[in-house]
Write a protein that binds this ligand. Structure first.
Ligand SMILES: Nc1nc2c(ncn2[C@@H]2O[C@H](COP(=O)(O)OP(=O)(O)O)[C@@H](O)[C@H]2O)c(=O)[nH]1
Ligand SMILES: [Mg+2]
Ligand SMILES: [Zn+2]
Length: 345
């Protein structure tokens, strides 16, 4: 299937990274799936299978690469967003989950599961990744007052976009069209049962089974080993669906948490003490905002909780690394002792 680069999400920020020579002879290609020993890329020329070499940098689904005319890896192009997580066991090791995502659909359902704290957690993940969040409130058809919930979410951040939908209904899902155009890359976040798969199926619709653009769900079933993580939807966008997205945790998300609670940081600048903990200090502007009804106590509490959580997760990964290293040294010293033992005679 012939692809245009624009359909694959190519844009000027990538184009500008190429020299004239590279523009002429190089092949830009996007990673649409990652397997143990190879990446599957999509380019203007079609699909390319690129063996993973130890000399290559760490890459993720969604990344853009430059290949030479023999389809050999030249380099990766700078990404504009990245979902990653700290990997246990290696110092500063990051596990890259998804690159160059434009919009994170943060799905939350309009039933007893609706939870602002949880939404703020996903917002922090999106902000950390530098991905624009779009809050999708699903199961609106089961809720007598979806607008009330939209208002509640809107109150978290006036710039936030919030849409209430029925994920089973194509007409309703069409509300998401402005974010689903050609060249856009979407990822879904949200806890189990909120309707992510339902939304994906409705977005994919029937049409994809025939377009075969990047992948059809159908293909996924037929040859599971070649499952694609970037799926083209009829509206034009690419849907990024990797297992890693479902397991994202808050860890080393300080910037993401800060961005999600920017209002609190702003108030905090007006506290009398620089190191104000916003508990019972005199002249605390954050407590004043709560008294004035401008800030929910719940939100301040969740801010603290998420701050602690991301710091704790980051620290426990660091600790695990230290333990692994100590264990590694122990093994080495035993091996050395055994070696010396063996060679004594
Ligand atoms: N009425 C209604 N049911 C929905 C909606 N979205 C999902 N569901 C149902 O909720 C259940 C869980 O949805 P699913 O997509 O599997 O959630 P996931 O775990 O987030 O992928 C399924 O029974 C869906 O049919 C919706 O917008 N309206
Ligand atoms: Mg699902
Ligand atoms: Zn304060």
């Amino acid at each position: 299937m012939q692809q245009t680069l624009a359909n694959l999400g190519w844009r000027s920020t990538f184009q500008q990274q190429l020299s004239l020579n590279e523009l002429e002879t190089g092949i830009p290609a996007r990673i649409i799936a990652q397997h143990r020993s190879e990446y599957v890329l999509q380019s203007k020329q079609g699909e390319i299978h690129l063996p993973i070499l130890s000399s290559m940098p760490q890459l993720a689904v969604g990344d853009w690469l430059l290949l030479d005319q023999h389809q050999q890896f030249v380099r990766e192009l700078e990404r504009f967003s990245l979902f990653s997580r700290k990997a246990a066991g290696h110092k500063n090791a990051l596990q890259l989950i998804a690159a160059n995502v434009d919009t994170a659909l943060i799905v939350s359902s309009l039933n007893h599961n609706f939870n602002l704290n949880r939404l703020e957690r996903y917002l922090a993940l999106a902000h950390e990744a530098q991905v624009e969040p779009l809050v999708v409130l699903s199961k609106a058809d089961l809720c007598p007052n979806p607008e009330d919930y939209v208002q509640q979410v809107q109150k978290l951040d006036r710039r936030l976009v919030v849409e209430a939908i029925n994920g089973l209904d194509t007409q309703s899902v069409n509300k998401l069209r402005p974010w689903c155009g050609v060249g856009q890359t979407l990822a879904l976040l949200g806890s189990s049962g909120v309707g992510k798969s339902t939304l994906v199926n409705t977005l994919l619709g029937q049409a994809t089974q025939h377009t075969g653009a990047i992948s059809a769900e159908q293909d996924k079933g037929r040859h599971t080993t070649t499952a694609r993580s970037l799926l083209a939807i009829p509206m034009g966008a690419l849907l990024l669906d990797t297992p890693g997205m479902r397991e994202l945790q808050l860890s080393d998300c300080e910037a993401g948490v800060a961005a999600t609670f920017a209002d609190i940081s702003e108030w905090a600048q007006h506290c009398r003490f620089v190191d104000c903990e916003h508990e019972s200090e005199p002249g605390c502007a954050v407590q004043a905002a709560i008294q004035a009804g401008d800030l929910e106590l719940r939100r301040l509490q969740n801010y603290r909780k998420l701050q602690r959580e991301q710091a704790h997760n980051a620290a426990s990964l660091a600790e695990k690394h230290a333990t692994d290293k100590r264990f590694g040294r122990l093994i080495k010293s035993i091996q050395k002792a055994q070696h010396q033992e063996k060679h004594r005679y």
